[in-house]
Design a protein around this ligand. Structure first.
Ligand code: GLU
Length: 414
């Protein structure tokens, strides 16, 4: 069965492509991944047994530059999901004007059930297996669901060991001590907030006191929560894999984060009511930020959503059916490829800094990120007005146009 996310990614592409005048062959090329690698590899486990794992790395296009995209560790990873996410990375990079094509990687595993040593073995072996595609000029991985700084450090080290010298630019999202960038850890959440602030302006909703509801309190959701709170918004509900918490007065999200770090979940945070994911989506609020898995808002629950703005911190959190229902109702949806592009944008800054061995200050990084996202938001808005389309379609038109133009200028080889 084709993965849901891949189906909706192709559906979105087909919807957009109607607005562009491209040759059928170029459309077919843009619709397909450029190259795909499947690797089956053994990992020695703590009990002495050997387990076989399967991983993937997919490059969607190289028209604009090296490929870029995260590596996901999750039990539900499939080749189709990785294809979908690689294609979305192409549009994401193109819509904010980064000189990259899209890529994605994944390993079918449940990192929570593996020891640190097993995770290290798995990561180093996977990195070696995909090294035929990965290098600082050709393909630069980064964190995604289930991976983070620690895994990126192992990948950087493995690649460097094989070369005999340090190659920090081969991967982004690394710890600061080995060539990571200031601002990278918060960058995706910061981007969600920057684009939400623009959406609030567009819809004439003051940020002061705006009620925000978040699904997901991880690498994206947690910074998004405390950064929007710093702008005066009131985060009234947050959920994670174990459940959700609600407070009509607003949560102190930095304190909630400290609590979640010690308890492993937001559930049980003092002074809150517990809330299910289903009820969380239906809360009256100004902004809903789905920052967890894909396909969370569907035809089945979209009609219960009361938010005025949806900020897609996750990749593909709305199914196309949900998208239609919510657009019909006039909800302002900030599409994922724009909303969560802050992460890859600061990854780009990290790569540039690594290549130059010259590092920037955090203020400079955050300001450059703000400029890129605000400008991209305005470009998308204008495209939507010009073509009379929704923001998702507008963002994709901009992105596809940029990639197609590069292909046309480069020409078809030979
Ligand atoms: N995995 C992140 C994303 O989906 C970041 C990718 C990157 O930094 O290269 O955008």
């Amino acid at each position: 069965m084709t993965d849901n996310l891949y189906l909706s990614t192709l559906q979105e592409f087909d919807k957009t492509i109607r607005h562009l005048h491209l040759k059928a062959g170029i459309i077919a090329y843009l619709r397909s991944p450029k190259r795909e690698l499947t690797v089956n590899f053994p990992v020695e486990m703590d009990d002495g047994s050997v387990r076989l794992f399967t991983g993937y790395r997919v490059h969607h296009t190289t028209a604009l530059g090296p490929t870029k995209g995260g590596i996901r560790y999750h039990p539900s990873v499939t080749l189709d999901e990785v294809r979908a996410l690689a294609m979305r990375m192409t549009w994401k990079c193109a819509v904010v004007g980064l000189p990259y094509g899209g890529a994605k990687g994944g390993v079918i595993c449940d990192p929570k059930t593996l020891s640190i040593r097993e995770l290290e073995n798995l990561t180093r072996r996977y990195a070696t297996e995909i090294a035929i595609l990965m290098n600082p000029q050709g393909d630069i991985p980064a964190p995604d669901m289930g991976t983070g700084e620690r895994e990126m450090a192992w990948i950087m080290d493995t690649y460097s060991m094989h070369h005999g010298y340090s190659v920090p630019a081969v991967v982004t999202g690394k710890p600061l001590a080995i060539g990571g960038s200031l601002g990278r850890a918060e960058a995706t959440g910061r981007g969600v907030v920057l684009t939400t602030l623009e959406a609030l302006k567009q819809t004439n909703i003051p940020v002061e006191g705006a009620r925000v509801v978040l699904q997901g309190f991880g690498k994206v959701g947690a910074p998004a929560a405390y950064l929007i709170e710093e702008h005066g918004a009131k985060v009234i509900a947050v959920s994670d894999e174990s459940g959700g918490v609600y407070s009509a007065h607003g949560l102190n999200t930095r304190d909630l984060l400290a609590y979640a770090k010690t308890q492993g979940t937001v559930v049980g945070y003092p002074g809150t009511e517990s809330i299910s994911n289903a009820d969380l989506f239906a809360l009256p609020c100004e902004v809903l930020m789905p920052c967890a898995l894909a396909s969370q808002i569907t035809a089945a629950n979209a009609s219960r959503v009361q938010a005025k703005i949806i900020a897609e911190g996750a990749n593909g959190p709305l199914t196309p059916e949900a998208d239609e229902i919510l657009l019909e109702r006039g909800v302002f949806i900030i599409p994922d490829i724009l909303c969560n592009a802050g992460g890859v944008t600061v990854s780009y800054f990290e790569w540039v800094q690594d290549l130059q061995s010259f590092f920037w200050g955090e203020e400079e990084i955050n300001e450059r990120l703000r400029q890129i996202l605000v400008r991209s938001f305005q470009h998308v808005l204008h495209m939507a007005q010009e073509k009379h389309v929704d923001l998702r379609t507008a963002a994709q038109i901009l992105a596809i146009q940029r990639v197609a133009e590069a292909m046309q200028i480069r020409g078809i080889y030979p």
